[in-house]
Design a protein. Structure first.
Length: 495
């Protein structure tokens, strides 16, 4: 029977997992992607899309901001979300090792001393002295082994390994989310600083215009209503400054929290749009490689693997279970005689348990495991579609952002020229005050729009790196398994 058991130990019931094939698509957009974004010299360089370009594990360094690099490094060391994800990975890995222990026999030792009294009216005293009081010392060694005949333990280990693999990619997703959030938050702070600077510039211009109008009022060239109107316009612009300052303070609190700091500790560096450089060479990974690069897709694939293994677990629970056991030891009335001749005993046993009637429990658990696999398969497909959507959205956004920045620069230059001419004409008394007020408002809006357009272009560029997986496979602190750890080599990095 033992030989037959060992012979059967090579099989494992349930389906074997096979990685899903990549989606049969050749691009991210219906039409071919243009190799470059639109650009104007005054709006900065165009961005070039490079198909198959690899992504640096520290992709944020392509923005060439030392303050940003330092903040990201600090967050990687101190952010508690990363620490939590790392601990969760260790838990999953230890669960795998714990389950692997079931591959081996279990061995336990036992020593039981006791003091006893025999009921003399019904039972002959145990001791040959006739004394109803006696001590009994028992020492034993027990061995138990459950052969993995139908692969119950192997499928359980397989499922736990897949869950650990999923946890590993969830850690990578946490890492990518953290670094992306810091980059985008820094860009948002830079945008707010740009809007505050634009507002302060507009306040300065409006204050100068108010001085001109007051002089004209003293000369009797305009009515007092014009002065009041300009004062109201100045106050209106000034009223937009406190909300921007509030948003800036909250944004710096967010950056401090992402870096693992308390808000009271604050940040030393401030980010401006001039300090963050726009990457010009942008990677566009092959669609067939995206499923290898996205940590959320890899995590969903691992969950699908775990669900597949659970089908084998459910099926194996419906089949016979064999247990081999043995117990040997010694029993004596005195401790000194515990290992004397004639005190030894042993028991060797084998048992086979076959579920016969469980009220349909095992059947429905198997069906539930198959349904859970179908659910995981649908979730995997949804994750893949979302990944492709993220890349397509980023590519569309980057193309549109280039046009938006160019238009914003042109509008700002035209509004600045118009405002300068209008201010000179008003000072010479050639035009009415209303023309200056309109020119001020237009110029203010163009300054704000330009700051927002530049920030949006930077943020959407960062979103593309995030959508493509963030280059986790090129991180030096990650051990990549050969053949499955990451996407195959691509084109080298470009700055």
């Amino acid at each position: 029977m033992v030989g037959m058991t060992l012979g059967l130990a090579g099989c494992a019931v349930g389906p074997d997992f096979h990685r899903p094939t990549p989606p049969p698509v050749n691009g991210y957009t219906p039409e071919p992607l243009k190799p470059r974004t639109a650009a104007r010299i005054s709006a900065g360089d165009s961005q070039r899309f490079v198909e198959g370009l690899d992504i640096s594990g520290q992709w944020w360094t392509l923005f060439h901001s030392q303050a940003l690099d330092a903040l990201v490094d600090e967050a990687i060391k101190n952010n508690p979300s990363l620490e939590s994800a790392q601990a969760a990975l260790r838990v999953a890995q230890e669960d795998v090792q714990a389950q692997k222990g079931s591959y081996y026999p279990s061995l336990s030792a036992n020593f039981t001393p006791s003091r006893n009294k025999t009921a003399t009216s019904t039972i002959t005293p145990v001791a040959n002295t006739g004394n109803p009081f006696y001590s009994l010392y028992t020492g034993s060694l027990s061995v138990s082994y459950v052969p993995d005949v139908f692969g119950l333990n192997r499928r359980t280990v397989e499922s736990l390994q897949a869950q650990a693999e999923s946890q590993r990619y969830q850690l990578e997703a946490t890492y990518l989310t953290l670094t992306s959030n810091i980059v985008i938050a820094a860009i948002q702070e830079a945008a707010l600083c740009g809007q505050i600077a634009a507002t302060e510039e507009t306040i300065r211009i409006a204050s100068n215009a108010l001085d001109i109008i007051r002089k004209q009022l003293s000369f009797g060239q305009i009515a007092g209503a014009d002065v009041a109107t300009q004062e109201a316009a100045l106050a209106q612009v000034e009223s937009t400054l406190p909300p921007l300052q509030k948003q800036l303070a909250q944004q710096r609190n967010l950056l401090a929290a992402l870096a693992g700091r308390f808000p009271s500790e604050g940040l030393i560096d401030k980010f401006t749009l001039d300090d963050i450089r726009l990457p010009t060479n942008l990677p566009v990974s092959l669609p067939s490689k995206l499923v290898d690069q996205r940590p959320d897709v890899r995590a969903a694939e691992a969950q699908l693997h775990a669900a597949c293994a659970q089908i084998g677990v459910a099926v194996a629970n419906m089949l016979p279970n064999i247990t081999l056991s043995g117990t040997g030891g010694s029993q004596a009335l005195a401790f000194s005689q515990l290992f004397a001749p004639g005190t030894g005993y042993f028991t060797i046993a084998a048992s086979l348990t076959q579920p016969i009637f469980e009220g349909g429990t095992l059947l429905h658990k198997t069906r539930a495991a198959r349904a859970a696999y179908d659910q995981s398969a649908a979730q995997y497909k949804s994750t893949v579609i979302t990944a492709f959507q993220n890349v397509a959205d980023s590519l569309r956004a980057i193309q549109a952002d280039a046009n938006a920045v160019g238009t914003a620069v042109t509008a700002e230059q035209a509004a600045a020229t118009t405002l300068d001419i209008t201010r000179k004409q008003l000072q010479a008394g050639q035009i009415a005050y209303l023309s200056l007020l309109n020119a001020q408002q237009v110029y203010y809006q163009t300054l704000i729009s330009l700051a927002q357009a530049k920030a949006t272009r930077l943020a959407d560029t960062a979103a593309l790196f995030q959508a493509l997986g963030g280059g986790w496979w090129n991180r030096s602190d990650v051990v990549v398994k050969k053949g499955r750890g990451g996407p195959p080599p691509q084109k080298p990095f470009l700055e």
